[in-house]
Ligand binder design. Structure first.
Ligand code: NAI
Ligand code: A1CAB
Length: 266
């Protein structure tokens, strides 16, 4: 594809997405331009990925067909103000921030603009992310397909209604953090039982990945898959009983409700 892709902000999420885009060869590094306030990090990333860099966000805006806003949510307003005039009417803004609705972004630009609201996650770094997307009314069918192909280089792409975005933040945008905590806790427990740390991470992570794959590939209910592991009078049901007693499910549900509520306030 000969589209020019721009990223404003070159942090964790931008690098995860760029990695997938470049690896897929859908867009070459020479057609990607990235800006960041922190020069050393930007130069290190150019070294690694070979894309163009600038410290001028307006340069990214005026030279890109698709512009990813990859700064923290609290920077959105000031960055949009900064680039609004330099952004062409036919360019597409891709938002990746929680809480920033299509209406808020359109209003911040103060002009008729094409916007795609998305919520990606960091597993994009290994090509295994999932990204929710929702276009505003100015994006054409062809543009929507083009955007899906770009985002598809680093993740599954799921179109959803905008009102579900806070739920998406809690179930996929933020959820890798809780999964990492779960893996870390399982590894700690294995270490406590004598297993070397590196092996413990491998066993825990592979088990989480395999279990996730079983859900996606068998499409069986998670409860049925759990029951397949729990032998009568066996070891697993002992662990399950302790998790229930300690409020494992309630903790997850309450954590995700806090996450979604925070997203709605941002
Ligand atoms: N990290 C994650 O797991 C996910 C993050 N997001 C969203 O992605 C966005 C970026 O998050 P991260 O990559 O995690 O943050 P980050 O802090 O790693 O990256 C932000 C980058 O923006 C740069 N920056 C700050 N002010 C700037 C300015 N005025 N102009 C240009 N660059 C500037 C910073 O130097 C930094 O490199 C946020 O809106 C976040 O909510 C969305 C989904 C997942
Ligand atoms: O913690 C955050 O605000 C961002 C949004 C989703 C994941 N990280």
């Amino acid at each position: 594809m000969d589209k020019k892709i721009g990223f404003i902000g070159c942090g964790n999420m931008a690098k995860a997405m760029i990695e997938g885009i470049i690896a897929s060869e859908l867009v070459s590094a020479k057609n990607i331009i990235v800006s960041d306030a922190y020069l050393k990090g930007l130069e290190d990333s150019r070294e690694k990925y070979g894309f163009n860099i600038t410290q001028d966000n307006k340069e990214v805006a005026s030279n890109s067909d698709v512009i990813f806003l990859a700064v923290k949510p609290n920077m959105y307003e000031s960055v949009i103000k900064e680039i609004s005039e330099s952004t062409r009417n036919d360019s597409i803004i891709v938002s990746i921030a929680p809480g920033k609705t299509l209406a808020k972004i359109e209003e911040a630009f103060g002009k008729n603009i094409k916007v795609l609201r998305t919520m990606p996650n960091t597993p994009a770094l290994v090509g295994a992310g999932v990204t929710a997307i929702c276009p505003n009314k100015n994006i054409t069918k062809d543009e929507f397909e083009m955007l899906k192909s770009i985002i598809g280089t680093f993740s599954l792409v799921e179109e959803i209604e905008e009102k579900l975005f806070d739920a998406v933040v809690s179930v996929s945008g933020s959820s890798p953090a809780y999964v990492f905590m779960f893996i870390e806790a399982m590894a700690d427990a294995a270490v406590m039982q004598g297993m070397p740390r590196d092996k413990a991470y491998r066993f825990a992570a592979q088990s989480v990945m395999g279990s996730a794959k079983m859900i996606l590939e068998t499409q069986k209910h998670p409860g049925e898959l759990k029951d397949m592991v729990c032998s009568p009078g066996g070891t697993t049901i002992e662990a399950v009983a302790v998790l229930e007693e300690k409020g494992f499910r309630t903790s997850v549900i309450e954590a995700m409700r806090a996450c979604g509520e925070k997203s709605s306030r941002m």
